[in-house]
Design a protein around this ligand. Structure first.
Ligand code: G6P
Length: 598
């Protein structure tokens, strides 16, 4: 989603904003803009496309000396990616940046238009600054801002500058993240995520929903639900090592290679002998749980699907999976003794967050499996487990997915332990997982070579059974995100009920054929496709003569070990195809890392 940064201090403001936006660019990169206010001087710049266009545009602009600056990188929701629609949006003497969606912007726009106010852009954001100036005719700037914020419905993180009161940054937050940072030099920073603050701020405040206020070098005034609050700063815990590619061509490539280490960290301190232990759940009694609902979006939804097989098979607990955007408007029944687990890399996905709120309101016991501590989702859920993936910068998720599946599998084992089952094989497999995702030069070279045969075609079908079906979905999602080729994941046994009509030599089948899970069944399904001339890339430890291409995996004793190795292969394949097609691997078109709008 869009990224927001702000700065109050004496340093070169433009550069601080550009550096901060660089950290957030992976979240949205349709356009970018910044504004700097020093005394009554208000300068702004906007550019379509990547941040470097904005950097070039304001190259000769300097902004030393005490003042205020705000910047924005956009993922378009209302109106195309044009310069006019880029933030900051301007009034006559004020400007605003915004992350989120103003749901009632049409009503506000109609009202203002009736009062003779005109609009330049197609965005929802422009109404904020126009409404502010409308109220500022009769009120002081803060009162006008307060009236404005109260009229907005939807999700927003807002920073506003105005010459009406040139000594303040006005801010507001609801259902979209906004953090205030501070350092010992008394500089203040704003950001929609931790990363731009790392190295600049020592302490932070994570604003709560329905917060608004203003700040300058002497004052920080925060209201929550209309009540003046005395919020205290907490230490910012992060380092910057994630920001380097360490010799890899792309962040995604680095993150794929990191998986072995990261998965070891997921296990660290959580397996003792033949037992899974979670300190976080030490005092929790989950013995009465007889049903689990898993809810998520995108890649996290695929991790949820995979884990549902594991909860039922290992923990013998009924598990169902919901897409968060569907769950929100379905009158879902949440039964007593059920656990509602949301899964999210960012912890800020609007649909997942809202689903969590609904489940909580309905009285469910809620549980977050999340990669970001202190995120909105972690703060809201009753219980949480962190997935320990570290910061993931590639927009197409890789290591975050791996850690989600591993964490959920451990949770399934943890819940099974309460039922006194023999889980030795599970624990043995669990501990072996970091070895299954080591990228060897041989494997990477092979995938690179094979990738040249899969740059066209009228479609890809990734097929698998059991947990390999969600993995097929995830493999297909990776391919479409990165290559812009059409790809679908399908249960292998379902192809004959329709999709097989598409089969010909230009339909590429990527078959996940593990030895330890329904091998013969999957093989029969693949043969049906071969008989219709589909081109086949099979991924299996067992040689398959009919394949056009074959990637041999390691002989393993547990299907989850095969799952992780095949996951690695599908990630590398999608990346290599994308590189050959000349696409931007880390920032694929039209996507955003964290979607904080509905
Ligand atoms: C976006 C990202 C996906 C991600 C999904 C859910 O669409 O592009 O990669 O899987 O959001 O994100 P979450 O942070 O909740 O896991």
């Amino acid at each position: 989603m869009c990224g927001i940064v702000g700065y109050i201090g004496n340093k070169e403001k433009k550069q601080i904003i550009l550096d901060g936006l660089k950290e957030l660019e992976y979240r949205g990169y349709d356009s970018a803009g910044l504004a700097v206010m020093k005394g009554l001087e208000l300068d702004f710049f906007k550019a379509v496309g990547k941040l470097e266009n904005l950097t070039n545009k304001c190259a000769s602009f300097e902004s030393e000396g005490y003042g205020f600056a705000i910047g924005h990188t956009r993922w378009a929701t209302h109106g195309k990616a044009t310069e006019i629609n880029a933030h900051p949006h301007l009034g006559e003497y004020s400007c605003v940046i915004h992350n989120g969606i103003i749901e009632n912007y049409k009503e506000i726009k109609d009202k203002l238009e009736k009062n003779g106010i005109s609009f330049l852009s197609q965005t929802d954001t422009e109404v904020i600054v126009k409404l502010f100036e409308f109220y500022a005719k009769d009120l002081n700037a803060f009162e006008a801002f307060k009236h404005t914020v109260k009229e907005l419905k939807g999700a927003f993180a807002i920073l506003l500058l105005s010459k009406k009161d040139q000594n303040k940054v006005f801010f507001a937050k609801n259902a979209a993240p906004l953090i205030i940072g501070r350092n010992s030099q008394n500089e203040l920073f704003f950001a929609s995520a931790d990363s731009p603050l790392v190295g600049l701020s020592e302490e932070v405040i994570y604003l709560e929903d329905l917060s608004f206020g203003y700040a300058n070098k002497d004052e920080l005034v925060i209201y929550e639900n209309d009540e003046l609050k005395n919020k205290s700063f907490s230490k910012l815990l992060s380092d910057k090592s994630y920001a380097k590619k360490d010799g890899f061509r792309f962040f995604m490539e680095k993150e794929i290679y990191e998986q072995s280490r990261v998965l070891s960290e997921v296990l660290m301190g959580r397996v003792n002998g033949d037992e899974v232990i979670f300190d976080e759940l030490e005092n929790e009694d989950l013995s009465d749980i007889n049903e689990i609902t898993l809810c998520a979006c995108g890649t996290s939804y695929h991790a949820a699907l995979a884990s549902a097989y594991l909860f039922e098979r290992i923990a013998k607990i009924k598990a169902k999976v919901e897409i968060a955007s569907e769950f929100r408007y379905r009158e879902a029944i949440i039964s007593k003794n059920s656990l509602f687990i949301v899964i999210s890399q960012s912890g800020e996905t609007a649909d997942t967050l809202e689903a969590l709120k609904i489940a909580k309101e309905k009285g469910a016991r809620t549980f977050a499996v999340c990669n970001v501590d202190n995120s909105s989702i972690v703060r809201l859920a009753h219980l949480s487990l962190l997935t320990r993936a570290g910061i993931e910068k590639g927009v197409a998720s890789t290591k975050a997915f791996a850690t989600q599946v591993l964490t959920l599998w451990m949770l399934a084992i943890f819940m099974a332990q309460k039922k006194n089952q023999n889980l030795n094989d599970e624990i043995k497999a669990l501990l072996h997982i970091p070895n299954c995702v080591v990228v060897t030069q041989k494997l990477h070279d092979k995938i690179h070579r094979i990738s040249k045969r899969y740059l066209d075609g009228h479609g890809f079908f990734y097929i698998g059974r059991d947990v390999f079906y969600p993995l097929a979905l995830e493999g297909a999602l990776k391919l479409k995100e990165l290559s812009y080729l059409h790809a679908e994941g399908y249960p292998a046994g379902e192809m004959k009920h329709g999709p097989i009509a598409l089969a010909d030599s230009k339909l590429y089948t990527i078959a996940l054929m593990p030895k330890n899970m329904l091998y013969e069944k999957t093989k029969s399904n693949v043969e049906e496709l071969i008989a219709r001339d589909s081109t086949l890339l099979s991924i299996s430890p067992l040689e398959f003569d009919l394949s056009d291409d074959f990637i041999r995996t390691t002989e393993q004793e547990h299907y989850m070990c095969e799952f992780f190795e095949m996951m690695l292969i599908t990630q590398l394949l999608a990346m290599e195809i994308s590189i050959r097609l000349g696409n931007d691997v880390d920032m694929p078109r039209n996507l955003a890392k964290s979607v904080t709008v509905e």
